[in-house]
Design a protein around this ligand. Structure first.
Ligand SMILES: Nc1ncnc2c1ncn2[C@@H]1O[C@H](COP(=O)(O)OP(=O)(O)O)[C@@H](O)[C@H]1O
Ligand code: SF4
Ligand SMILES: [Mg+2]
Length: 317
């Protein structure tokens, strides 16, 4: 398929712990097209972050990538040397996290940290940094250049991360729950800023979130993940108008709407299973009110509904 920036095929990443093997990512396939906003959504513990860390090749032991292909601009990242991979990170692929403090150096001024990304650009660096801070709509950019991260609010720190991302001019931004720690107003501002930067730089964004509401606001296309597997993918319209997987339907039913206020939310009963001993057959069967005979021991195959819509559920086989 042309126009694909990232293609993940049958990725398996496990953790080898004393309690057993955690099958955190277990045969996951999806793609991100050039210039699109792609969402990966699912409850906490479904394997979203482990998928992203695997793509960045930043998974620490006892985590290990066992199988699969990660094609970025046609090259398999799993076959690159650590040196080549390091060049790609922060150059072609950037990542931002829920907690910007995890990526910022607490002992360095914001301006110095941005300068590190810009290094080699020489004269007029301070002006360039202030310009970048203005671009990400940082309040008082002249002052923030000389501030330490702890002096900034969560939203301002995320703006610093976005400024650093813009400075490195990547092709793909992986944003793992970038607004989860922020209040609703700041969350909307940061999502709008990401949208604006995406259009300006022509990059692709892979947004990871547990919140289908954020996906609806931000993404062109989405894959829903449950217990280490992708269960449904489609365009925003396909997933919101015609959700097929009972898990996707459950996530949608728990979204607040104008008619259904937050205090009347229906949530999916039960919790994400332990991934050391995941349920046999369809991993969602213990929580699914539509489960029938094959669901208990046969893992559902992919059913292609349209060019962009696919679902893994026995109801459609
Ligand atoms: N370092 C680790 N050691 C063992 N298990 C881990 C580790 N990191 C994550 N996991 C397990 O991998 C699964 C997926 O985690 P994660 O990708 O962080 O979920 P998500 O980002 O969707 O909330 C979870 O069951 C989690 O407990
Ligand atoms: S395969 Fe069966 S258990 Fe799984 S979501 Fe479909 S109906 Fe429910
Ligand atoms: Mg996560």
């Amino acid at each position: 398929m042309s126009g694909l920036l990232l293609e993940v095929k049958n990725l398996k990443s496990y953790f080898y712990t004393y309690d057993g093997v955690v099958r955190a990512v277990d045969g996951v396939s999806f793609y991100v097209k050039e210039g699109e906003s792609f969402g990966l959504v699912g409850e906490t513990g479904c394997g979203k972050s482990v998928t992203a860390l695997s793509v960045m090749r930043l998974l620490d032991p006892p985590g290990e990538i066992l199988d699969g292909e990660i094609l970025f601009e046609g090259r398999d990242l799993l076959k690159l040397s650590e040196d080549e991979m390091q060049k790609l990170r922060g150059n072609k692929i950037s990542m931002i996290f829920q907690d910007p403090m995890a990526s910022l150096n607490p002992l360095m001024k914001v301006g110095e940290q941005i300068a590190e990304v810009l290094k080699g650009e020489g004269n007029g660096e301070r002006e360039k940094i202030v310009e970048l801070l203005k671009l990400v709509r940082m309040p008082s950019p002249e002052r923030v250049v000389n501030s330490y991260p702890f002096e900034l609010s969560g939203g301002m720190r995320q703006r610093v991360m976005i400024a650093m991302m813009v400075a490195s001019n990547p092709r793909l931004l992986i944003a793992d729950e970038p607004t989860t720690a922020l209040d609703v107003t700041t969350q909307a501002q940061i999502l709008n800023l990401l949208k604006e930067m995406k259009d300006k730089l022509g990059l692709s964004i892979w947004l990871i979130t547990h919140d289908l509401g954020v996906v609806a606001e931000f993404c062109d296309r989405v894959c829903v993940m449950y217990a280490g597997k992708v269960v449904e993918c489609g365009s925003i319209k396909e997933i919101f108008k015609n959700p097929l997987h009972p898990y996707t339907q459950g996530l949608l039913a728990s979204l607040p709407t104008i008619e259904r206020k937050v205090d009347k939310l229906r949530s999916i009963p039960g919790t994400v299973p332990d991934l050391i001993n995941p349920p046999s057959g369809c991993r969602f069967h213990p929580r699914c009110d539509k489960a029938f005979a094959p669901c208990f021991d046969v893992p559902p195959e992919e059913v292609k509904v349209s060019e962009s819509h696919r679902v893994f559920c026995h109801l459609y086989l």
